[in-house]
Design a binder for this molecule. Sequence first.
Ligand SMILES: CC(C)(COP(=O)(O)OP(=O)(O)OC[C@H]1O[C@@H](n2cnc3c(N)ncnc32)[C@H](O)[C@@H]1O)[C@@H](O)C(=O)NCCC(=O)NCCS
Ligand SMILES: Nc1ncnc2c1ncn2[C@@H]1O[C@H](COP(=O)(O)OP(=O)(O)OP(=O)(O)O)[C@@H](O)[C@H]1O
Length: 199
Amino acid sequence: MTLVIGLTGSIASGKSTVSTMFKELHIPVIDADKISREVVEPGEFAYQEIVKEFGETILLEDQSIDRKKLGSIIFTDEGKRKKLNGIVHPAIRKRMLEEKEAYTKELEKCVVMDIPLLFESKLTHFVEKIVVVYVDENTQLERLMSRDGSSEKEALQRIRSQIPVREKIELADAVINNNGTKEDSFGQLKDILRKWNVL
Ligand SMILES: CC(C)(COP(=O)(O)OP(=O)(O)OC[C@H]1O[C@@H](n2cnc3c(N)ncnc32)[C@H](O)[C@@H]1O)[C@@H](O)C(=O)NCCC(=O)NCCS
Ligand SMILES: Nc1ncnc2c1ncn2[C@@H]1O[C@H](COP(=O)(O)OP(=O)(O)OP(=O)(O)O)[C@@H](O)[C@H]1O
């Protein structure tokens, strides 16, 4: 039986960092953010729907979607965010389930689904165990601004478009406190996996 682990947290809490650690342990990861980029490439159904909804002004010269521009629209307007989610999420879900099925068939001991909006999108039934990666709010804000080069206002808008991480912790089977060093978080991850007999 393949153990399906859901990896989540809040924006810039360290999911991608922890996801790299799973890969170092040779555990495959299905990445919702990566899939969310693939399903909006020109030619895809979701791409056409987004252009219909948001207009050609959100396109770059090469006809691909200007993610910065689309982000500035949807993180300041909840109605528009819901519209975008309604277009993109079904395509993301479908592809994630196909990938999960493939790994399950290959009889992997464990597979990870890295889903930033696991709780917001009510996808907890996709997974058997949930790991939440968290950092305190100041560290989250600092890391987000320095990674994306965004202003405090932009960063806070993104943070506030998600369920607060302290609420997610309550719903987790295991938590990784990523306020410390990456090595420290790697140690916490290995402890969790040993407890679940994956390592
Ligand atoms: C708005 C878009 C174009 C901005 O792209 P950008 O390259 O700047 O950000 P990226 O996709 O790397 O997302 C970064 C993080 O933002 C957060 N985030 C993204 N979309 C959303 C959303 N709809 N609601 C809340 N948080 C979100 C997540 O924590 C994600 O990890 C893009 O995020 C998007 O298409 N979002 C809709 C799809 C989605 O919900 N993706 C996230 C979960 S699968
Ligand atoms: N323990 C750590 N110490 C210092 N910096 C860290 C640590 N963990 C992550 N970071 C840095 O913080 C930033 C956010 O981390 P990461 O990209 O892994 O978050 P995320 O949760 O995947 O974000 P998103 O929701 O946007 O996908 C990155 O620049 C990363 O290198």
